[in-house]
Design a protein around this ligand. Sequence first.
Ligand SMILES: [Zn+2]
Ligand SMILES: [Zn+2]
Length: 404
Amino acid sequence: MPEKDKMLALVLYADFKPRPGYAITEAEKKTRKVREGNKVWYNPRIKLEEKPIPKPKGKQVLIRVKAVGICGSDLHFVETDKDGYMIYPGLVKTPVVIGHEFSGVVEEVGPQVQMVKPGDMVTSEEMLWCGECTACRLSYVNHCTRLNDPADLEYGELGFTHDGAMAEYVLIPHEKYLWKIDSIAERYRSEDKAFEAGSLVEPTSVAYHAIFNRAGGFKPGGYVVVWGAGPIGLAAIALAKAAGAGLVIAFEISPVRKELAKKIGADYVFDPIELKNKGVEPWEKIMDVTGGEGADMHVEAAGAPEHTLPQMLKSLGIGAKITWIGRAPQEVPIYLEVLQVRRAQVFGSQGHSGWGTFRNVIRLMAAGKIDMTQIITSRFKLTQALEAFERGHKRIDGKITIKP
Ligand SMILES: [Zn+2]
Ligand SMILES: [Zn+2]
């Protein structure tokens, strides 16, 4: 049990101001659980403040947070467009404590909790899926309809609709979202490092889900191209390497991230802008380094389909797979003929839950097959959270991690 009753937390506020033309539903008005944040939340801002420490009931678990990463979506909560609206386009309910990539220690458990106990080192899924809707019963928990339903306040996303982990403590609504990370501590022989790794299980699971669950993976020896070396792209590189890719080829423009891509396992890292300046297209480079055979798998982690898709379509190996993680609210043309001729397929991927993904990522970390802590380039205390965000907006880091 916590020794005090108040905790420090980073809270996101914004004004509820639906844009003209956004068909706001009655449920959204009532619950403020909004489907498209960028269409409703105006003038977003974050504040560090004192909040009561929640008391776990039923199957709930209170976690003392040890490490929490700043995700691209956290930055997009506070960044605004020219009209002053939040950039983040997905599900958000404010005010909310943000933070969803984290690890910590079980502090206190509700009376019905069976699987964890105080003192356990854990991380948690961010998607609060129900397990009962049709999508969940089909095992598609990443597409839980109650999670996305503005009328349903029980389910949602931790750090988006439910208070998250940029705080001293976070209340997990059900023990079923938790995964133990003790095995990672044994590998690193350092709890501190294990908590850092544990905070990276969620973003790594996003890449794992896309490559192995959605697209069904690639054969050992396969050539894998990763577009974008942000944290998700870097995880894709590490996973592709660990899974026996013959070559991992990454495209990235940020100097820091290019370095990290190499460090974490990419055989080749190219800067598409540098290439263009030399009159070389990225697809030509792929064909060059793969001996004219092309990629067996393309992983889109850039969210820039207008740039990446045309390059992918020109560098598909026979039987290639494209797995799509990056989000972009725009349409792009696709020449389907190429997919037929190259026997290729595109897979859309969303989320990180289900399919044993967290468990398998934790196993890979515990076995030393991937070391995601290498991507952390800045560390801050929770009291310095606003400073950490200032730095985050500059986009000069691999991952920024806050350690309360
Ligand atoms: Zn995230
Ligand atoms: Zn569900």
